[in-house]
Design a protein around this ligand. Structure first.
Ligand code: F6R
Length: 368
């Protein structure tokens, strides 16, 4: 049933193109983005003046990524918050606030309580969920199902990339309602999303190379992950995967923060995984990351660089180069996350751990 794979997680990583296609299917009809169970009136969607995204763990990372797209497309301020923090402070919510609650299982206790709190304050709540009829969608005003299919591995993989795509649909639906994007622009963005299953399929051609890297890195004491812009939450997620599966100390940083502390951690032989932006889309950021990499390499770090194919400027600074297909900047997390998932799984397997059932973790966290 693992489809010839050593562990379910690898099968689920490889299912991502199909999962993404399923997330997007049916959501563009007669030139418009349509959500699933939409019990929020169009007028109320137009009146939204602030967005909160609440979630835990990997789902939270998908929200951090979505913030870049939703703010860019809608010009609405977006706050992304851990559900466990959100519910214990006094967030400013009212009927013009849209709260997007992201949960694969739809049962996470903190996220559910955040939904209840938000609804109690009259905010509109939209759930992004992978499980039909779960509690969080039942208690929300609108639901967007990710349709990624069941995920057996405890570590979220295909549901993570599907959550990113679903968040982007919410962003486009808001842009459409508010008129911050013309219908032809919304159509173009949707078409770019629709091209992603094929791009992720190409990114999967890195699997063998990354598994080899994982075997080589299995004895490391720690691994650092660096990124900028949408690559920053990708780095956070890469580190989370490695912690939970390989029980290895891993941390993700915004590359611009290096000089403010983390660079002191760099020592000879330390593996540092860098998520590069495209040299085209965000040229300035690209140049800054190249300079960061050259600095950490000069201090003896082993650099493992995830970069767009054909990015030759970064090559001299990459001890290992993993090339992913060129895609629009906001969509890069969908391809750059793939090698990080594989890396964590393979390091864990090499260390002798059960990749699908990491210790101390449950697939659905129904207690705080
Ligand atoms: C990590 C992982 C967890 C979940 C988190 C939220 O691989 O799976 O961090 O993302 O427990 O779970 P859901 O999405 O079910 O609310």
């Amino acid at each position: 049933e693992k489809g010839g794979h050593d562990y379910f997680m690898l099968k689920e990583i490889e299912e991502q193109p199909e999962a993404l296609a399923n997330t997007l299917r049916g959501h563009f009809d007669h030139g418009r983005i349509v959500l699933d169970e939409q019990r929020i009136a169009d007028q109320d969607l137009r009146d939204v003046d602030k967005v909160f995204v609440v979630a835990c763990g990997t789902a939270y990372h998908s929200g951090l990524i979505a913030k870049y797209a939703i703010e860019h497309w809608t010009r609405l301020p977006v706050e992304v918050e851990l559900a466990s923090e959100f519910r214990y402070r006094d967030p400013v919510l009212d009927r013009d606030t849209l709260v997007v609650a992201i949960s694969q299982s739809g049962e996470t206790a903190d996220t559910l309580e955040a939904v209840r709190h938000a609804r109690g304050q009259k905010a509109r709540v939209l759930a992004i969920c992978n499980t039909n009829g779960a509690q969080i969608p039942r208690e929300s005003d609108a639901v967007l199902y990710t349709h990624a299919g069941p995920e057996v591995g405890v570590a979220a993989t295909k549901t993570f990339t599907s959550q990113i795509a679903a968040n982007y649909l919410v962003g486009l639906a808001l842009a459409q309602a508010r008129g911050t994007k013309y219908p032809d622009e919304v159509a173009r963005e949707f078409a770019e999303l629709e091209a992603m299953p094929a791009a992720v399929q190409k990114a999967l051609s890195t699997v063998d190379h990354v598994r080899k890297l994982g075997r080589e890195m299995a004895d490391s004491k720690a691994v650092l992950f660096l990124g900028r812009h949408v690559g920053f939450p990708v780095a956070l997620e890469g580190a989370l995967k490695l912690k939970e599966l390989a029980y290895m100390h891993a941390e993700g940083f915004a590359a611009g923060e290096l000089k403010h502390g983390p660079i002191a951690l760099i020592e000879s032989g330390l593996p540092v995984v860098v998520v590069m932006p495209s040299p085209k889309g965000r040229g300035v950021l690209h140049a800054k990351l190249v300079s960061n990499i050259s600095e950490i390499q000069a201090r003896g770090a082993r650099t493992i660089v995830i970069a767009e194919e054909g990015d030759d400027t970064v090559r001299p600074f990459a001890d290992e180069l993993v090339e992913v297909p060129a895609v629009p900047t906001l969509l890069q997390p969908l391809v750059s996350s793939v090698p990080l998932q594989v890396l964590a799984a393979e390091i864990a397997r090499t260390r002798g751990y059960d990749v699908d059932k990491p210790r101390n973790l449950a697939k659905s966290v129904t207690v705080e």
